[in-house]
Design a protein around this ligand. Structure first.
Ligand SMILES: [Ca+2]
Ligand SMILES: [Ca+2]
Length: 314
């Protein structure tokens, strides 16, 4: 019995509630969302979440409606009309791309043509074609805004190798490309573009697409920049096997936790890290405890453990 108490306490000290070993990170379920993929927050803290019906015994390219999660994590509603393969989403916060602030742009593959397309959902939920079907990006699978407010779209590496830049009105051109393609991209405060590739390397490109660093870091599949708060500013990444790393400006990693092998990571309101957990139909929120509460937690656990150990020694 006492052994059980001790191992449970040690488990709490080492692991989050969801099986991650988090070394002091606070991991909690932020929202319950069916089949979540890509994520993007609007100005008011609403979270838009792409979706893939393969998580509900459907096909990965089936039409479905994306989710909108209210600030705080609930309620969750379906937003806009059904769109084919709506994995990737980004909010056009300022309206610089679409003309309407808060428009949500959805990146997706179109089976009938075999091409990639961007569909926009206005704040009132009406839907229209934003970028016409193109062969430049066959299966748009991740999006970010660059420092000039242009949209960057990456292809699924199984479909193509390009990062495409899309300007206001929906015209696309290839910004850069590399054999093997990309798993994720993230725009730094400097405007440089960080891109993670299937070979495990994170490379740095200029805003105009010139390769600046061919080996910035290794080991990250999903990446995003924290812009401040307890996490930042720094680049963070999750590896294929679920390790969460912080990268210093030279690309040296610090391991923060394990068990995060999920579909997308995105920093959002409060400086928290949000992670879409496709397999468990939820969005996780990860925080770094304030120094005071961290030490209190540590003292509390130490005290309880000491009491348990003393009892066992009797
Ligand atoms: Ca899909
Ligand atoms: Ca897709």
């Amino acid at each position: 019995m006492r052994k059980t108490v001790l191992s449970v306490l040690m488990g709490l000290a080492l692991c989050g509630a969801h099986g991650q070993a988090t070394a002091g990170l606070i991991v909690e379920t932020y929202a319950s969302v069916t089949d979540p993929v890509g994520m993007s927050f609007d100005e008011s803290g609403y979270l838009f979440v792409g979706r893939d019906s393969a998580g509900s015994d459907g096909g990965g390219l089936d039409p479905c409606r994306i989710h909108r999660v209210a600030p705080g994590g609930a309620p969750v509603i379906e937003f806009g009309q059904a769109i084919e393969d709506p994995d990737s989403v980004i909010v056009d916060r300022a309206g610089s791309l679409s003309g309407t602030p808060g428009t949500v742009i959805v990146g997706h593959h179109v089976q009938s043509s075999g091409l990639g397309q961007l569909t926009a959902i206005r704040p009132d939920g009406t839907t229209y074609l934003f970028m016409a079907p193109t062969s430049l990006v066959l299966n748009p699978s991740g999006m970010d805004l660059d420092s000039a407010g242009h949209l960057l779209v990456r292809d699924d590496p199984l479909y193509g190798d390009n990062i495409v830049q899309v300007v206001a009105g929906g015209t696309a051109s290839v910004l850069f490309s590399r054999p093997g393609g990309f798993y994720d991209l993230a725009v730094a405060p400097s405007g440089d573009i960080y891109a993670a590739s299937p070979d495990g390397v994170v490379r740095v490109y200029s805003a105009s697409g010139t390769l600046l660093d061919d080996s910035f870091a290794t080991g990250a599949r999903r990446i995003d920049f924290a812009h401040g708060g307890a996490f930042g500013p720094a680049l963070y990444g999750v590896s294929a096997t679920g390790e969460l790393y912080r990268f210093d400006p030279s690309g040296n990693p610090t391991l923060l936790g394990t068990g995060f092998a999920y579909t997308d990571i995105r920093f959002g309101p409060g400086g928290s890290l949000y992670i879409s957990d496709f397999g468990n139909d939820r969005i996780l929120r990860v925080n770094v405890p304030e120094p005071a509460s961290l030490s209190l937690l540590g003292l509390g656990l130490t005290g309880v453990l000491a009491r348990v150990i003393r009892r066992r020694r009797r």
